[in-house]
Design a protein around this ligand. Structure first.
Ligand code: ADP
Length: 166
């Protein structure tokens, strides 16, 4: 049987336990998962592309089924180039749905051979987003348990120095 592979796209600024939950569950369905870090994120990213990729690699612990890389341009093209047959997205709230629904249909129009698969957020992480984690951490709130320890450390360092990625 041929290997099935999926791309999990996103900004991952930074990776959270919510992302990891989706990655782990995608690996129950697919043989290989490629975490695609989007280049075209808004300018006020907290971590650079290299930092975001390094953190994902670190927390995914060298699992040979997981690869990580940056992508620019159309996601379906990136997925096709990698031989992936699916895109995996996480759904947290109804508010995620409308945008995801549009994107899934647009991506199907662009490449009907690539299916979008949605995984419901794990109940312990449905309220976790990179954006909220950054906001809370920047206000001195405790985000332990929402992000892996190495991310927690990098967040503390970065927020203490007050830098943002230009
Ligand atoms: P984007 O900016 O494309 O939404 P993110 O890095 O925020 O990128 O998210 C990447 C993917 O991970 C998206 O499909 C998003 O829905 C999913 N995701 C993020 N946080 C969670 C979570 N807590 N539970 C489930 N899925 C999540």
């Amino acid at each position: 049987m041929s290997k099935r592979s999926a791309v999990i796209p996103g900004s991952f600024d930074p990776i959270t336990y919510g992302h990891l939950n989706i990655i782990e569950r995608a690996l129950e369905i697919f043989d290989q998962v490629h975490v695609g870090v989007a280049v075209n994120v808004s300018k006020n990213a907290l971590f650079s592309m290299d930092e975001r990729i390094a953190l994902i690699e670190e927390v995914c612990g060298g699992d040979p089924r997981i690869t990580v890389g940056a992508f620019e341009g159309l996601l379906v093209n990136h997925a096709a180039e990698r031989g992936a047959t699916a895109l995996v997205r996480g759904l947290r709230a109804v508010s995620d749905f409308e945008y995801e629904f549009q994107m899934a249909h647009m991506n199907r129009k662009l490449n009907p051979e690539i299916e979008t698969v949605f995984l419901m957020a794990g109940e312990e992480y449905f309220y976790v987003s990179s954006k909220l984690v950054k906001e809370v951490a920047s206000l001195g709130g405790d985000v332990e348990g929402l992000v892996p320890p190495v991310v927690l450390e990098r967040l503390r360092e970065r927020l203490l120095t007050g830098e943002t990625e230009a």
